[in-house]
Design a protein around this ligand. Sequence first.
Ligand SMILES: Nc1ncnc2c1ncn2[C@@H]1O[C@H](COP(=O)(O)OP(=O)(O)O)[C@@H](O)[C@H]1O
Ligand SMILES: [Mg+2]
Length: 293
Amino acid sequence: MNEPEQNVIANPQSAEPESQVRSRPAAGAPGPGTAIFAAQDVSVYYSSFRAVTDVSLSIYENEITAFIGPSGCGKTTVLRTLNRMNDLVAGARVEGEVHYRGASLYAKDVSPTAVRRRIGMVFQKPNPFPKSIFDNVAYGPRINGIRNRGELNEIVERALRQAALWDEVKNRLNASGLSLSGGQAQRLCIARTLAVEPDVVLMDEPCSALDPIATGAIEDLMREIKSRYTIVIVTHNMQQATRVSDRTAFYSVLRDEHSDTRTGVLVEYGRTEQIFEDPVDSRTKAYVTGRMG
Ligand SMILES: Nc1ncnc2c1ncn2[C@@H]1O[C@H](COP(=O)(O)OP(=O)(O)O)[C@@H](O)[C@H]1O
Ligand SMILES: [Mg+2]
């Protein structure tokens, strides 16, 4: 885990080419800021099965981007291309280009583990380690070589505060992470992700196992942290997409009747209000009005 990071955009700002210098729009302006991901004609295969085909989209800094669509349309698959998590899936192969802050994420000299440190991921099912609450959050910083107790204390408190969990656990940091409720455990996993100060947080249906109150807490926290992070969230809950996201990508499944194959496609991508209130594609309209999927 201690490989050199020089190839992975350890300092994102310096890796940005001139043409992409951040141009934040004035407050309230509708235009996008810096595109930090640019996917171009991305297809993902699991062995010979093409799960998604020709996805092109940009993801913008300090925004929340939602991926929606029926089950099996490739939302998780595309999300995993953004931090090279598909490298860990046997038989998975990515075609096309994914640029992250102007550099190719799949170039030969890029270290996938360093990528995953910059681009963290929160999974559908909360997965705290069988360790104390403190050690769960300190896990990443320790891997990064931080040993000083005072420094670790500060990092753990900051991450737990950002994840809106500090007040609930500050008096039992030595209790097991497994002793938390589902909603708390998911916030612990978010704190664990934030503790290494990632650039991007990918969330794959992070609320699907949670009750409405815990879901509300996670949504509040997403809105709270988006000024410092860029978030991409997969959700099957369209209300959630409208509540939290700035931009929405709608995926669907294309069936080829001759070959009897199915593949995921990106149907429409735009500002969330546009996708839900004024969709261009009839498939998007059918889905967001509940007539399909
Ligand atoms: N590890 C895998 N091996 C083989 N096929 C997979 C794997 N993961 C996903 N798939 C297939 O790829 C397609 C897209 O899956 P996925 O990205 O999980 O969709 P979604 O997240 O939208 O439900 C589905 O047909 C699914 O069965
Ligand atoms: Mg999925």
